[in-house]
Design a protein around this ligand. Structure first.
Ligand code: AMP
Length: 213
């Protein structure tokens, strides 16, 4: 099963993708993670995209489609696309790539969260440097012993673009460039919308119901 998690920044795509990886053995393909890795390891492409990412704008379609192409050409199936596609040309390219690989896209889960909750979530967010587990200062604080519940690592990071200024740009990019994909996938009969507010476990139950229906 290949699925897309679609939603604005802070909707919980990464958290739910990780739950699907653990529960269903799917493979998470997050273009945001791939770009951050390229930036952190100082590759030529990473250096080129650093400023664009920090500002909250989207990097070029060409770059992210290239990253996804590389992963799909590596073989396998059962992918969760997290943060990709984000534009109509990216969605068309993904469709073509899936055709070329003889794969099908089974479901697009739209995670609906209102803007106020997104801002609150993002400003309070940190992730484990060891395994990527996501924490929130209010709803899921880092344990008192300073160790990740999942892997025991004790280094936690806040994303450089998780600040009020770049968040505004990221939200605008979502509404202008990514939200048309909701109609695009609805028209293809692939869209399932779930409420992305509430407890993490309840949201994953909603997603499971949507995927299995
Ligand atoms: P994310 O981790 O998905 O929030 O992505 C972080 C940043 O990486 C975004 O704000 C963009 O600058 C860039 N990015 C990630 N995925 C894409 C994509 N599919 N298209 C364009 N830019 C992307």
């Amino acid at each position: 099963m290949n699925i897309i998690l679609l939603g604005p920044p802070g909707a919980g795509k990464g958290t739910q993708a990780r739950i699907l990886v653990d529960g269903r053995g799917l493979v998470q393909l997050s273009t945001g993670d791939m770009l951050r890795d390229a930036k952190d390891s100082g590759t030529e492409m990473g250096n080129r995209v650093a400023a664009v990412m920090a500002s909250g704008q989207l990097v070029t379609d060409e770059i992210v489609i290239g990253l996804i192409r590389e992963k799909l050409e590596g073989g396998g199936t059962g992918f969760i696309f997290d943060g990709f596609p984000r534009t109509l040309p990216q969605a068309d390219a993904l469709g073509q790539l899936m055709d070329e690989m003889g794969q099908t896209l089974d479901c697009v889960i739209e995670m609906q969260v209102d803007d106020e909750a997104l801002v609150a979530r993002i400003i309070a967010r940190s992730t484990c440097g060891g395994c990527g587990e996501v924490y929130n200062d209010e709803t899921k604080p880092i344990p008192a012993d300073g160790k990740c519940v999942k892997c025991g690592a004790s280094d936690f990071k806040r994303r450089a673009d998780d600040n009020a200024e770049s968040l505004k740009t990221r939200l605008l990019a979502y509404y202008k460039q990514t939200s048309p994909l909701i109609g695009y996938y609805y028209a293809k009969g692939l869209l399932k919308s779930v409420n992305g507010l509430g407890e993490i476990d309840d949201i994953s139950t909603n997603i499971a119901v949507a995927l299995d229906s």
